[in-house]
Write a protein that binds this ligand. Structure first.
Ligand code: VG1
Ligand code: CO
Length: 553
C-alpha cells in the first residue's frame, strides 16, 4: 500500500472546447484517434464532473466506478480518468481488475456499492483499435445511463470548458486487486465479476441450471473477444458446470480479434454456422463488446430480439425465481416489435413504449412501473439492474429451457401459435452523406400529415407521425424520436437516423407485419411490400444513391 499524499501535485490545465462532444444514444462515441487527441478525453470527463458536482456539492464522500470493455485505449483512458477523479476530490474510485467491467456489471457495482456513478469505456458493438471506435458513457446513481437532462448539461459544459484538473502520479497497477491511496482518494481495484455474479445468483435457480447441464444439455456462448468472456466462464462453466469450451472467443482482446463484436447473424457468422450443424448444441448465444446485447439461437433457428423479449416476458414468472411474484409491467423501445405488447395484455400488465436507448427505461423501473424491457437491437434486461444485460438474457433462456425441457424452436413456435407472429426486420444503410440523409428524413417528415387515411399495400394508414415521448414519471418530453407509419392491420414502418455511429449517417428502417395465423412464412416475402413502400417514401435511391442495405438484422 503506497501513500503518495505528500507529493500530490494538483494541476489546473488550460484547455479549449471541442464542439463535437454531445453524447448520442449511448454516450460519446468517436474514432479512437479523436479520443487520443490531447485534452479530448480530459475535457469530456471534467465536463461530466462539473455537471454532476452542481447537484451534490463536493465529491469527498462519493464513489466513482470506472471500467470498460477492454478495447484499445481502455487502459490509458482509465489512468487519465483516475487522475482527474483524484484532482476533483473523489473520496473513492473503484476500478475493475484489468480495467474491465461489462456495462451490466458497472450497473451492478454502482447499485450494490452505493456509488455516485460510473464511467464505462466502450463503443459497444463497434470494432476496436487505433483506427476503429472508442466511447465513454456516464451512468448515474441508479446504475443506469444518464438521462438526457444530464447528458445535455454535460454537453453544455463541454462547450464552455476552459480548464481541467489533474494530478501527476505514476500509473496504478490495474491487474491486481488491492487498495491504494492517492492524495485523499482511496483507489480500489475490484473483482469485476463478484457483484454481477451475486445479482445473477439472487435471480436464477442455479441448482436447476446445474442439473440442466448435468443432463447433457449443450450450449455455445460466443463472447466475441469482448468483455463477457470472463463473466460467462465464471457463471456458465465454473458455477453452473457447463463443459469447458462452452465459452468461445472468451479472451477480451483490444481489437476483438479484428471483428465487430456485434451479436447478430452477420457478425456472429461462426456461431451461426456451428448452430446449423446436424449435431448442433441446444442453445447458441453471443454478446457484444460491452456485454449488454445478446443473440439467441436454437438449432438452425434464430430468435428475433422482439420475440425473445416477448418469450422471456411470457415465461419469467413460471421459470425464474427472481420473477416469481410476477411482473409490474413491460417496456420496449418504439421501433421494437409489438410481440411483447400482446404478452403484456395477456398478463394484464401495462406496456410502455419509449424512444430508442436504455436511458428511457430507468425512470419506469425506478418508479416500479416495469420489470422487463427490451429493444430490437438485441438488448433485453430487467429491473435487476438499470442496463440491458446479455448474460442475464442467456440465463433467462437456460431457465426457460430447464423448466420446459423442450427446444428453442418449439418454445418460439408455441409462442407464435398462442399470440401470432410479428415478422420483423431492420435494414441499416450505413455511411450515408450526413446532409443528404438528414434532408431525406426531413422531407419524409413533411409528408406525414397527408399520409393518414390513405391506403398502403392494401391497408389504411392510421398513424403517420414523428414519435414523441412524455416520460410518465417526470413528465419530460422527448421529440423527434423516429418516423412511424402504422397501418390498420398492425403493420409498421419506422425510420430513424442512428445516434451511435462515428462516421457519416446511418439510416435504420424497421419493418413489422403481424399475422395471427400463417406464422411460418418466408420473412422477406411477408415484409417485401412494406420494404418497397418505405424505400419509395424515403426516396432513398434518388436522395442518397442507395438501394441495398449494408446490414439486415
Ligand atoms: C443503437 C440501437 C439502440 C441501442 C443503442 C446502444 O442506437 O438502435 O437500440 O440502445 O445502439 O446500444 P442507434 O441510435 O445507433 O440506433 V449499445 O449495446 O451499442 O450500447
Ligand atoms: Co453494447
Amino acid at each position: 500500500m503506497t501513500d503518495t499524499r505528500p507529493s500530490l501535485d494538483i494541476k489546473t490545465v488550460s484547455t479549449t472546447p471541442f464542439p463535437d462532444q454531445r453524447p448520442g444514444t449511448s454516450g460519446l462515441r468517436k474514432k479512437t484517434r479523436v479520443f487520443m487527441q490531447p485534452h479530448y478525453l480530459e475535457n469530456f470527463v471534467q465536463s461530466v464532473f462539473d455537471a454532476i458536482r452542481e447537484e451534490i456539492g463536493g465529491f469527498a464522500h462519493q464513489t466513482l466506478v470506472v471500467g470498460g470493455d477492454g478495447r484499445y485505449y481502455n487502459r490509458p483512458a482509465i489512468q487519465t480518468i483516475l487522475r482527474l477523479a483524484v484532482a476533483n476530490g473523489f473520496g473513492r474510485v473503484l476500478i475493475g481488475r484489468g480495467g474491465l467491467l461489462s456495462t451490466p456489471a458497472m450497473s451492478a457495482v454502482i447499485r450494490r456499492r452505493s456509488a455516485l456513478g460510473g464511467l464505462v469505456l466502450s463503443a459497444s458493438h463497434n470494432p476496436g483499435g487505433p483506427d476503429a471506435d472508442f466511447g465513454i458513457k456516464y451512468n448515474i446513481r441508479n446504475g443506469g445511463p444518464a438521462p438526457e437532462g444530464v447528458t445535455e448539461r454535460i454537453y453544455q459544459r463541454t462547450l464552455n470548458i476552459a480548464a481541467y484538473r489533474t494530478v501527476t502520479v505514476p500509473d496504478i497497477d490495474l491487474d491486481h486487486q488491492g487498495e491504494t491511496t492517492i492524495g485523499r482518494t482511496q483507489v480500489i481495484v475490484i473483482d469485476p465479476l463478484a457483484d454481477y455474479a451475486a445479482v445473477m445468483e439472487d435471480l436464477f435457480d442455479f441448482g436447476a441450471l446445474r442439473k440442466l447441464f448435468r443432463s447433457g444439455f449443450r450450449l455455445i456462448f460466443d463472447a466475441m473477444h469482448g468483455v463477457t468472456g470472463p463473466y460467462a466462464q465464471e457463471l456458465l462453466e465454473k458455477r453452473l458446470g457447463a463443459p469447458a469450451g462452452t465459452v468461445i472467443h472468451g479472451a477480451p482482446l483490444e481489437d476483438f480479434g479484428g471483428h465487430h463484436p456485434d451479436p447478430n447473424l452477420v457478425h456472429a457468422a461462426e456461431l451461426v454456422a456451428a448452430m446449423a450443424e446436424r449435431d448442433a448444441p441446444d442453445l447458441g448465444a453471443a454478446c457484444d463488446g460491452d456485454g449488454d446485447r445478446n443473440l439467441i439461437l436454437g438449432r438452425t433457428f434464430f430468435v428475433t430480439p422482439g420475440d425473445s423479449l416477448a418469450i422471456i416476458t411470457e415465461h419469467a414468472q413460471r421459470s425464474i425465481p427472481g420473477y416469481r411474484t410476477g411482473l409490474a409491467g413491460v417496456a420496449r423501445s418504439m421501433p421494437t416489435s409489438t410481440a411483447v405488447d400482446r404478452v403484456a395484455t395477456a398478463l394484464g400488465v401495462p406496456c410502455y413504449e419509449t424512444p430508442t436507448g436504455w436511458k428511457f427505461f430507468g425512470n419506469l423501473m425506478d418508479a416500479g412501473l416495469c420489470t422487463v424491457c427490451g429493444e430490437e437491437s438485441f438488448g433485453t434486461g430487467s429491473s435487476h439492474l438499470r442496463e440491458k444485460d446479455g448474460v442475464w438474457a442467456v440465463l433467462c433462456w437456460l431457465s426457460i429451457l430447464a423448466a420446459t425441457r423442450t427446444s428453442v424452436e418449439k418454445i418460439v413456435q408455441a409462442h407464435w401459435e398462442r399470440f401470432g407472429r410479428s415478422y420483423f426486420q431492420r435494414y441499416d444503410y450505413e455511411d450515408l452523406d450526413v446532409k443528404q440523409a438528414t434532408e431525406m428524413v426531413a422531407v419524409l417528415r413533411t409528408k406525414l400529415t397527408t399520409l393518414v387515411g390513405t391506403s398502403l399495400s392494401g391497408s389504411r394508414i392510421t398513424v403517420a407521425d414523428d414519435f414523441s415521448y412524455k416520460d410518465p414519471v417526470d413528465g419530460t418530453v422527448t421529440e423527434r424520436q423516429g418516423i412511424r407509419i402504422v397501418l390498420a392491420d398492425g403493420s409498421r414502418i419506422v425510420c430513424r437516423l442512428s445516434g451511435t455511429g462515428t462516421e457519416g449517417a446511418t439510416l435504420r428502417v424497421y419493418l413489422e407485419r403481424y399475422q395471427k395465423g400463417a406464422v411460418n412464412e418466408g420473412i422477406e416475402q411477408v415484409l417485401a411490400p412494406l420494404t418497397h413502400v418505405a424505400l419509395h417514401l424515403l426516396e432513398l435511391r434518388e436522395r442518397c444513391g442507395r438501394d441495398k442495405p449494408t446490414v439486415i438484422t
